[in-house]
Design a protein around this ligand. Structure first.
Ligand code: SIN
Length: 492
């Protein structure tokens, strides 16, 4: 079966290396060293496109192209790079609907969420186009009368980005835009499930006039090979990865060999605290926005609901009313709130967390099973009477399940919330000003939402503590990880 109706001018099935589209079978195109991979629509199982599946030689070629492009790209003044990034931003904004369609077709999220994702992705490109011009150095008061001391920031060099399928446009933009703004060039390896969005972004970068070799996209299903090549090659100065904590640790070990720079945005286990002085209706609204966005397939989405015992029942029943009203379906249909999960393995993980919780005493408030639409659709679920003996309290579910645990007092709530090696995002609802300060300071998380379930924005630093990673993306801090400090000591 194929999605034969797709006529999207941004759809490409070839890799983008050195400013060329490679891998087409037509004779005048460069061939890639391996085969092709079928990209299937998770909503229907239909074929969306057959994409080049690159091998080691192709990746090495992309690294070489990025390496060659680095010197002329870094030589541009920041304002020139900013103009090109701004043109890329304009292309995304002018093509929001087309790019969003590709996201929904290969990833499954509702089209309204895909449109929001394209705007979110574009916001990073716009932001870093502006930040390119503000990469200031320092002139330090000298330590000796005849010395002058300058501190500058230089681009790290070639950056390899490795990005996940859950936000196939935004995660690329959040890494590539600051890298390019700083003067780095990029080899981008998209997730094997969602290469089409990355390739469409390359179409738009090419239209914007980003020079050949500055931004390369290398789709491959051989993630192990890609990791090995990108971490092992000394022409790559930095890896920026978003994905699982397990893979992040492997990349860190691999980077140790040549002390490659590394930024990691890894898994979360976000607590969502509801205190007895919270506005419950607002808390329910925030819970739905946080938990069921992208069918719960988000690193920052609430993974555990910790609710004061006195309001737990009321919170659970209000939440269940909202959750039952969520419309599950093909993301291309208007009015759908939740699309399919990315694949069968994702559904099995959700099922295993629910089964484990129920076998240990949790109660199903709503959902709990595969959706009648079949495939990888799953019913939005709420579980009550969850406790910390259950898998769901410790592992990232990455699916549309809200497990509710209870606490007796603030100290217990904080202790439960911090009882994890993850430290990406946390949320809490309270109307008390004093509690706002106490709780926001006590939570060991890089991102804290107070009275809101939505925290993502290009203007703030995104990143985690503990095993949720290292480095920050977005904000004025997000460009710094793509630079090296250089101190220049001048004798006068
Ligand atoms: C993620 O899930 O890793 C990113 C989510 C976001 O940027 O909001």
């Amino acid at each position: 079966m194929s999605d034969s109706t797709i006529e999207n001018p941004l759809l490409r099935s070839q890799a983008y290396i050195g400013g060329e589209w490679v891998g087409d079978s037509s004779s005048n195109q460069k061939r890639v060293s391996t085969g092709r991979v079928s990209i299937l629509n998770p909503a229907t199982g239909a074929l969306v496109a057959e994409v080049s599946d690159l091998g080691r030689e192709d990746l090495l070629r992309a690294i070489q192209c990025a390496h060659q492009a680095f010197a002329p790209w870094r030589r541009l003044v920041a304002g020139q790079r900013a103009v090109l990034l701004r043109a890329w931003y304009d292309e995304l904004i002018q093509n929001v609907e087309l790019l969003a369609e590709i996201i929904t077709l290969e990833q499954g999220k509702p089209i309204t969420e895909s449109i929001a994702e394209v705007r979110y992705a574009a916001s990073f490109i716009e932001w870093f186009a502006e930040e390119a011009k503000r990469l200031y150095g320092e002139i330090v008061p000298p330590h000796l009368p005849d010395k002058r001391v300058l501190v500058t920031r230089q681009p790290v060099g070639v950056v390899a980005t490795i990005t996940p399928w859950n936000f196939p446009a935004a995660m690329i933009a959040r890494k590539v835009a600051p890298a390019l703004a700083a003067g780095c060039t990029v080899v981008a390896k998209p997730a094997p499930q969602t290469p089409l969005t990355a390739l469409a972004m390359a179409v738009l970068a090419e239209r914007a006039g980003i020079p050949a070799g500055v931004f390369n996209v290398v789709p491959t299903t051989d993630s192990e090979m890609a990791g090995e090549v990108l971490t092992g090659d000394v022409r790559v100065s930095k890896i920026s990865f978003t994905g699982s904590t397990a893979v992040g640790k492997k990349l860190m070990q691999a980077c140790a060999g040549n002390l490659k720079r590394l930024s990691l945005e890894l898994g979360g286990n976000a607590p969502f605290l509801v205190f007895d002085d919270a506005n419950l209706d607002e808390a329910v609204k925030g819970a739905v926005a946080s938990k069921y966005r992208n069918a719960g397939q988000t690193c920052v989405c609430a993974n555990r609901f910790l609710v004061h015992r006195s309001v737990a029942e009321s919170f659970a029943s209000k939440l269940a009313i909202e959750v039952r009203s969520l419309r599950v379906g093909n993301g291309m249909m208007r009015g759908v709130d939740q699309g399919p999960l990315i694949n069968e393995a994702a559904v099995r993980k959700v099922e295993s967390h629910i089964q484990d919780a129920i076998s240990k005493g949790a109660q199903l408030v709503c959902g709990g099973n595969r959706h009648s639409l079949g495939g990888t659709y799953f019913s939005p679920t709420v579980l009550s009477h969850v406790d910390r003996t259950m898998l769901i309290a410790h592992e990232e579910t990455f699916g549309p399940v809200a497990p509710i645990m209870t606490f007796e007092n603030e100290a217990e709530a904080i202790e439960l919330a911090n009882d994890t090696r993850a430290g990406l995002a946390a949320y809490f609802y309270t109307q008390s000003y004093e509690r706002f300060w106490r709780v926001s300071e006590a939570l060991d998380y890089g991102i804290v939402g107070h009275n809101t379930g939505l925290i993502s924005t290009e203007i703030a630093p995104f990143g985690g503590m503990k095993e949720s990673g290292m480095g920050r993306e977005g904000s004025r801090h997000g460009i710094l990880d793509y630079t090296e400090l250089k101190y220049i000591c001048s004798q006068i």
